[in-house]
Design a protein around this ligand. Structure first.
Ligand SMILES: [Zn+2]
Length: 148
């Protein structure tokens, strides 16, 4: 298969086994089978349509990307981050990992994907409108040759 896109092809992991324990960034692939209302503090409620969503995050703590993604893949947990609202209701299909990477660069690489909820996951980020993006059916990803 050939690709006309540039940039690195990232490793995709469907489960936590094999994910590196290094620090870095990741793009979580989340599937919503049902529509999901999401209310962020101080903002109107927005209902996410069923479909695929991409969440860009980073992990710099102990256990690195593996520990963080392991938490994302666990459905039973207390709501701590915005993304927990999706990972407790939807299904985490997998993750692309970027050891040493930066989550805001990943968001930038996904420019053009719709922003469903402004401010989602990016409350403390000055550059991104959101760290959650919608992945429309058939849209190409810059770091992978798959389509949904
Ligand atoms: Zn950002």
């Amino acid at each position: 298969m050939t690709s006309d896109r540039n940039g690195p092809v990232a490793a995709f992991h469907a489960d936590v086994i094999g994910i590196p324990t290094e620090s870095g960034a990741y793009v979580l692939l989340i599937q919503l089978s049902d529509s999901l209302p999401v209310k962020l503090a101080g903002r109107p409620e927005i209902t996410l349509a069923p479909g695929h969503y991409l969440y860009c995050g980073s992990a710099r703590g102990p256990g690195g990307i593996k520990a963080r993604v392991g938490r994302h893949m666990q459905r039973e947990k207390s709501i701590r981050w915005h993304v927990d609202r999706l990972t407790t209701k939807g299904t985490v299909l997998g993750v692309w990992v970027f050891p040493g990477g930066d989550e805001c660069e990943l968001v930038a690489s996904l420019a053009g994907m719709p922003v469903p909820i402004p401010g989602f996951g990016s409350s403390d980020c000055a550059t991104c409108a959101s760290h959650l993006l919608e992945w429309p059916t058939g849209a190409a990803l810059p770091f992978d040759s798959r389509s949904n």
